[in-house]
Design a binder for this molecule. Structure first.
Ligand code: ATP
Ligand code: MG
Length: 597
């Protein structure tokens, strides 16, 4: 099995092969790094780059990160870590309309929580693309002067029609033959606010007949009067993503620019732009290269910030950190650990073709991570009272209680030190699961029914005698007799054979708790595939809150502490709502995979 710790045994993939090949060929060995992002001259004056490779994680700060981003974070930071490189944390904040500082902080938190950082070689590699607006403008002027870009003043509709389509080559714009001097003057008019929003765009001059529509003179700058969260009203023109992104990579001396498959058709433009700006002496060589991998699609989950925002804004969930949300804050509150998410990213690997990963894979990683580290405890989620009717007779008083204990973690073999223990009391009444008693036992039933003998786990062996019902026939109490001298761990405890061991919590020291039982948020495996209305398949039963009883060691949990509730699965003390006086637990997942069963 691969864990995040043993890098040497990681399965290879096409990206690892590309990097290993580049390292063996010294493709990037002679680069220089000036200690901060910059143009060719800036880096030429710097030191040989101490980083063998540079990758980047470049989110747009327009929402909270989700499990798909987690894959990208683990991939980019993980490759840099494994190959002596550095991964840059970069906010791709070139689009002024949708961005917000609230998201910036949540994104930084998410990356750090997942176990990664951007400090390396004494430098904080935390960047924002809007800091490069000045260079981007200069690069655009260079393209204009070199005859590689022109200001197009066709209407958006004319531009759309003249772009052509798959089967039809595009038609040159009447503005395409303007001289560099005319274009420069007009581009400066754009910058200086002399043209209305949408009245003109700057386009790269490439080939209107290219079979790749992205190469048919793509727009690289547009006019948009919008206040940017970082640069304010300094600019009324903004670079297009396809122009901005390669430049961001190049200024930061990125070597391997890893993105999702939908950008594959943009790669020729990426390379075209790099070549032009290196020719002009603006960017250092060798340029970064773009590689595409398949995005994560997870069954029963939506991975689109826009759609997740809709769930929040329409109050379908309690917020971005609702434990049913696939956001990193949601997964965290649900009880997922950074290690389990890293393991998941490692296990699903990277491929070149789109596929769906089963949600149970993510849950399996969580179980694997928590199996040996989550403390055990007993909780009764659907309680009914069990009264030990001979208690006073055996122990001298109804009020008498006795200490019991059990290991906090399962004990693995005699060569290990004695396990730490948790303590709880047993008295004349305990809470048991309602399903652990049957007045008339179904075939093969081994738990409580009149005449049957079972063990209260880590406590006494008892013999069931019957039950009490209310006027409606609803069982209000189960009755049993305690069998003396059978307490677990005492001499002769096993002299009476029990048919089963059941979990319980004492009425004497059990603490009442709210336990939130979660189910998948959607009833369909691919809730938004093919443009489907994902809100139509929201699961109305995705949250059920039960009043449970938990043993004292669970009530004393720290917020965010994970447990295995014996027989029920993995639970976490809610980060925000849990208190020792009023415990609140979230169910992370069951003990075994029950999906589709
Ligand atoms: P969304 O559509 O949810 O807004 P996005 O791709 O627009 O996602 P960005 O903030 O631009 O979000 O993404 C930052 C990085 O995360 C990008 O490099 C992107 O490729 C990667 N990423 C986003 N979604 C996924 C996914 N489902 N699987 C893998 N990587 C992803
Ligand atoms: Mg995006």
């Amino acid at each position: 099995m691969t864990t995040p710790a043993d890098h040497d045994h990681k399965p290879s993939n096409f990206l690892r092969q590309i990097i290993e090949n580049d390292l063996s060929l010294d493709t990037y060995a002679h680069r220089r790094w000036a200690g901060s992002p910059g143009d060719a001259a800036h880096h030429a004056a710097g030191q040989p780059d101490p980083a063998k490779i540079r990758t980047r994680f470049p989110p747009e700060p327009n929402g909270y990160l989700h499990v798909g981003h987690a894959k990208s974070i683990c991939l980019n930071f993980g490759l840099a870590r494994d190959y002596g490189g550095v991964c840059h944390m970069r906010f791709d904040d070139t689009n002024p309309e949708k961005e917000d500082t609230e998201y910036v902080n949540s994104i930084l938190d998410a990356v750090q929580w997942l176990g990664f950082g951007w400090q390396a070689n004494g430098t904080s590699h935390l960047y924002q693309a809007s800091d490069y607006f000045g260079f981007m403008y200069r690069a655009a002027e260079y393209l204009v002067e070199a005859g590689h870009a022109y200001v197009d003043e066709q209407t958006p509709e004319e531009m759309r029609v003249n772009r052509g389509d798959f089967g039809k080559p595009g038609v040159n714009s009447p503005f395409r033959s303007r001289t560099p001097a005319e274009n420069l003057a007009r581009f400066r008019d754009m910058r200086d606010g002399k043209l209305a929003d949408g009245a003109a765009v700057l386009r790269a001059k490439i080939d209107m007949a290219s079979p790749n529509i992205n190469m048919r003179d793509p727009a690289i700058y547009r006019i948009r009067r919008a206040t940017h969260h970082h640069t304010g009203d300094q600019w009324c023109i903004y670079p297009m993503y396809t122009f901005a992104h390669p430049i961001e990579d190049a200024l930061e001396q990125i070597t391997h620019s890893i993105c999702t498959l939908e950008f594959e058709d943009q790669r020729p433009f990426y390379d075209w732009l790099m070549a032009r700006l290196i020719e002009g002496g603006l960017l250092a060589s060798p340029p970064p290269k773009q590689y595409e991998f398949a995005r994560l699609n997870l069954t029963y989950v939506i991975t689109s910030k826009r759609k997740l925002a809709q769930l929040v804004n329409e109050h379908k969930v309690s917020g971005w950190d609702d434990p049913r949300m696939p956001t990193i804050v949601g997964l965290r509150r649900r009880g997922y650990t950074p290690e389990s998410i890293q393991l998941f990213a490692e296990r699903i690997g990277v491929t070149k073709s789109d596929s769906w990963i089963d949600y149970s894979t993510l849950e399996g990683c969580l179980r694997e991570d928590l199996e040996n580290k989550a403390h055990r405890g007993m909780a009764v989620l659907d309680p009914v009272k069990l009264v030990l009717t001979n208690w006073a007779e055996v122990f001298g008083s109804e009020a008498y209680t006795e200490d019991c204990h059990a290991p906090v973690l399962p004990h693995h073999g005699d060569d290990q030190p004695a396990p730490a223990l948790r303590h709880f009391k047993i008295g004349n009444a305990v809470w048991i699961e309602r399903e652990d008693f049957a007045e008339v036992p179904p075939k093969g039933y081994k738990r409580l029914f009149p005449g049957n003998v079972v063990r209260l786990k880590a406590g006494y062996v008892i013999e069931c005698t019957g039950c009490v019902k209310d006027a409606n026939g609803h069982i209000t109490e189960v009755h049993a007799k305690v069998i003396p001298n059978t307490k677990s761990g005492t001499p002769g405890a096993d002299s009476v054979k029990a048919k089963a061991a059941i979990t319980w919590v004492s009425v004497a020291d059990g603490v009442s708790a709210d336990v939130r039982l979660y189910d998948r948020l959607f009833t369909e495996a691919q809730p938004d595939a093919g443009g489907k209305d994902f809100l139509a398949s929201l699961n109305p039963n995705s949250l059920q809150v039960v009043s449970a009883f938990v043993e004292p060691s669970l009530a004393a949990a720290l917020p965010d502490q994970k447990f295995q509730f014996e027989r029920h699965g993995y639970f976490v003390a809610d980060r925000l709502d849990h208190a020792a006086s009023k415990p609140v637990f979230n169910k992370v997942t069951g003990l075994r995979d029950t999906w589709g069963k």
